[in-house]
Ligand binder design. Structure first.
Ligand SMILES: Cc1cc2nc3c(=O)[nH]c(=O)nc-3n(C[C@H](O)[C@H](O)[C@H](O)COP(=O)(O)O)c2cc1C
Length: 199
C-alpha cells in the first residue's frame, strides 16, 4: 500500500510524525509533503533550532530518522506522481489540517501539491482522511468539513479522548493516530497495545 501524509500549518505536527513512524513499517511507500506553514509550525512545535526549510523534512519530524520507503516531496512539485490521477497513492491523510487547506480542498483550489493531490483523491474516489485542528470552529470551518464529509472524505478531528486513561502526551497522540490507521484499514501496533491494556 502507498500512503501520502500531508502536513499543514495547524498545530499538531507530532501527529504526523507518529503516523509516519508507524506507516513506514506497514506500507510499501509513504509519501510526505508539507506546506511552508506546516514546516514552520513543525519546527516551532518540535523545538528545532537550526535553519528552517528542507533538511529532510526537519529530520523526518525530529525522530532523527531516515527511511528508505519514505519519500519527501516539495509542496510546489506539481510534477510529483501523487499529483496525477493515474499515479496516486492508495490513501491520503492530511494531518494536521489547517482551516486554510481545508477550505481550499473543499473548494477544489489545487494551488500546491497537497491540495492538488487531495483533489485527485476525491475525483478518483480514493480514501482521503482529514485531521482538522482548530478551536473554536467557525461556521465556515464547519461548513467546509460537512461539505467534504458528504463527498466521502473521512473527518477525524484531532480530539484525543480520556477514557483509555492516557498517561502521557504520546498516549494522547496515539489515540488520534490509531483512529487514522483504523480508517485507512491497517492493523497496527497501537491497537494491539491497547487491546492488551484493556484485557
Ligand atoms: C504556532 C502556530 C499554530 C497554528 N495552529 C493552527 C491551527 O491549529 N489550526 C489552523 O487552522 N491554523 C493554525 N495556524 C495558522 C496556519 O498556520 C495558517 O493559517 C497558514 O496560513 C496555513 O497554511 P497552510 O494551510 O498552507 O498550511 C497556526 C499558526 C502558527 C504559527
Amino acid at each position: 500500500m502507498k500512503v501520502s501524509v500531508a502536513i499543514t500549518g495547524a498545530s499538531g505536527s507530532i501527529y504526523a510524525s507518529r503516523l509516519i513512524e508507524i506507516l513506514k513499517d506497514l506500507c510499501d511507500t509513504v509519501y510526505v509533503i508539507a506546506t511552508e506553514s506546516g514546516l514552520a509550525v513543525a519546527q516551532y512545535e518540535l523545538g528545532q533550532t537550526e535553519a528552517k526549510k528542507d533538511w529532510s523534512l526537519i529530520k523526518l519530524l525530529k525522530r532523527d530518522l531516515k527511511f528508505d520507503n519514505v519519500k519527501i516531496f516539495e509542496q510546489d512539485n506539481l510534477f510529483a506522481p501523487i499529483a496525477s490521477g493515474s499515479a496516486l497513492a492508495d490513501k491520503m491523510v492530511l494531518i494536521p489540517c489547517s482551516m486554510g487547506t481545508l477550505a481550499r480542498v473543499a473548494q477544489g483550489i489545487s494551488s500546491n501539491l497537497i491540495e492538488r493531490s487531495a483533489d485527485a483523491m476525491i475525483k478518483e474516489q480514493r480514501k482521503l482522511v482529514i485531521v482538522p485542528r482548530e478551536t473554536p470552529l467557525s461556521p465556515i470551518h464547519l461548513e467546509n468539513m460537512l461539505k467534504l464529509s458528504r463527498m466521502g472524505v473521512h473527518m477525524i478531528p484531532a480530539m484525543p479522548a480520556f477514557y483509555h486513561h492516557p498517561q502521557s502526551i504520546d498516549d494522547l497522540v496515539d489515540f488520534v493516530v490509531s483512529r487514522v490507521l483504523d480508517s485507512i484499514g491497517l492493523q497496527h501496533p497501537i491497537q494491539k497495545r491497547w487491546n492488551q491494556r484493556m484485557a
